[in-house]
Write a protein that binds this ligand. Structure first.
Ligand code: SF4
Length: 294
């Protein structure tokens, strides 16, 4: 059951449409009201809740208050959010998430290299990403690390730096999700960057069919190979293709029957081993490879 506890985002990531759609300010729902709604839903039989805010832990005080309100309810429910920002992650928040009953979180770092984080205007640095990894390791909330390769500033070296981070800092029981290429939406700063760099000439009206940006500083095929090599070496890594696998619904059903609890990505390494055993290994490709702009 998706739950939204706030509207708006004050960050300025160059590729994102949320600040335009929801606004740059923040409307925060009262944590007590959210917890009451979750309680009603839990009592009617729902067990899994996902907080779908643009950023779950911004402002951090709101996320803390929500976790405390949920913990007080002592619900038979599991929670997750796929949008946790490393800038506001600390031990206090993770303790609160553990007490509330979080069964997973997604860390949307996108990169672990400063030139790319700066090019994407993420508002945090590689040092924040490394610190977040240390904090995550001190706790028990499973973590899905989310990366986007090919943004402004990406080079072969920055791809390697991010993959080194993923390979060294992510716990084997956690998972990493990689995408290659970033969709360009009309009206975003990424559209302006792409046009200035001369890699986008389509008018906005022709961008309804997705078109993807990759930095002119990197060879898309070489980048794909780097990511592919890393995924092959680490069974807890996956890419966009993993979600479109025709076998995924069957694995999901089998997992439920075997009593595996959500989120399913916690079991990535076991699922991949199973797929590999049956000769169904998935390979990454460049997103929207037929419509990459460079
Ligand atoms: S990517 Fe997330 S943090 Fe960045 S502007 Fe969009 S919603 Fe906000």
């Amino acid at each position: 059951m998706p739950i939204q506890t706030k509207v708006g985002c004050g960050f300025k990531c160059v590729y994102c449409t949320y600040p335009t759609i929801e606004g740059e300010g923040r409307f925060l729902q009262d944590p007590g009201i959210v917890a009451n709604s979750v309680q009603k839903l839990a009592m009617s039989g729902f067990r899994d809740f996902e907080f779908v805010d643009s950023v779950f832990n911004a402002p951090p005080s709101h996320a803390l208050a929500l976790c405390d309100a949920l913990a007080k309810k002592r619900l038979l429910a599991r929670f997750q959010s796929m949008d946790v920002n490393p800038l506001f992650l600390d031990d206090d928040l993770l303790f609160a998430m553990e007490r509330a009953g979080f069964s997973g979180m997604g860390m949307t770092v996108e990169s672990a290299s400063d030139p790319v984080l700066s090019g994407l205007r993420k508002g945090f640095t590689a040092a924040h990403v490394h610190k977040a990894a240390e904090t995550v390791r001190r706790h028990n909330v499973p973590c899905l690390w989310i990366f986007m390769f090919g943004g402004p500033g990406e080079t072969e070296e920055t791809v390697q730096e991010t993959l080194r981070f993923a390979e060294k800092e992510i716990r084997p029981g956690d998972a990493a999700f990689f995408t290659i290429g970033i969709r360009i939406y009309p009206g975003t700063e990424l559209e302006t960057i792409a046009r200035k760099q001369g890699v986008l000439s389509l008018p906005p009206a022709e961008m309804l069919s997705p078109i993807f940006y990759t930095s002119p500083g990197v060879d898309p095929r070489r980048m794909e190979q780097q990511v592919r090599n890393s995924i092959q070496r680490h069974m807890n890594f996956m890419c966009a293709d993993s979600l479109s696998s025709p076998y995924l619904p069957a694995f999901h059903q089998l997992g439920c029957r075997l009593g595996l609890t959500t989120p399913l990505w916690r079991h990535t390494r076991h699922i991949r081993r199973g797929l590999r055993f049956f000769g169904m290994e998935m390979q990454p490709h460049v997103d929207g490879e037929e419509r990459n702009c460079p």
